[in-house]
Design a protein around this ligand. Sequence first.
Ligand code: URA
Length: 188
Amino acid sequence: MLSWEELKRECDQCVRCGLCETRHNVVFGVGNERSDILFVGEGPGEQEDLRGEPFVGPAGKLLDDMLSIIDLSRQENCYICNIVKCRPPHNRDPLETEQDACIGYLRNQVALVKPKIIVCLGRIAAKRLIDPDYRITRQHGQWVEKGSFWMTAIYHPSALLRDVTKRPETFDDLLSIREKARQLGLKL
Ligand code: URA
């Protein structure tokens, strides 16, 4: 396992998949590196690629609003990263091979943060981290205990921008994250 500094350096120089050819920046992660809650999206979009920070475009603004509902913020008490660290061209879904190439970085981040709760943002992260057959429409908000983590998935903020009818369910899912944190005795 690499330290934060080693891991960031390795990510910055990564050429493990073709996404390195079109990226402007590696989007490593942001937040409190000792958080009890980790959020995992799918991969950087255009704004993220240009700025080198996850969730800074329109979906990111919504994510920040969602976090604030349950007293979380990237500045203080959670950590945010993605399954793949480089932008897939035209925001297509990251390929399985790209996810395979990148997943070791996420595993190392998880080992360093040591979160108690991992929240997948959307289908891609849920399929990769919870269950390959995960159905986000049916299973969002459900909790599974995996090793030393409690895991759940909520709709991706981009999906909530496209379809506002999903927002009330997501509000309930957010409250359930806060409730789980309380049950686990986490100080947020
Ligand atoms: N969507 C994601 O999944 N991740 C980001 O960082 C930005 C948008």
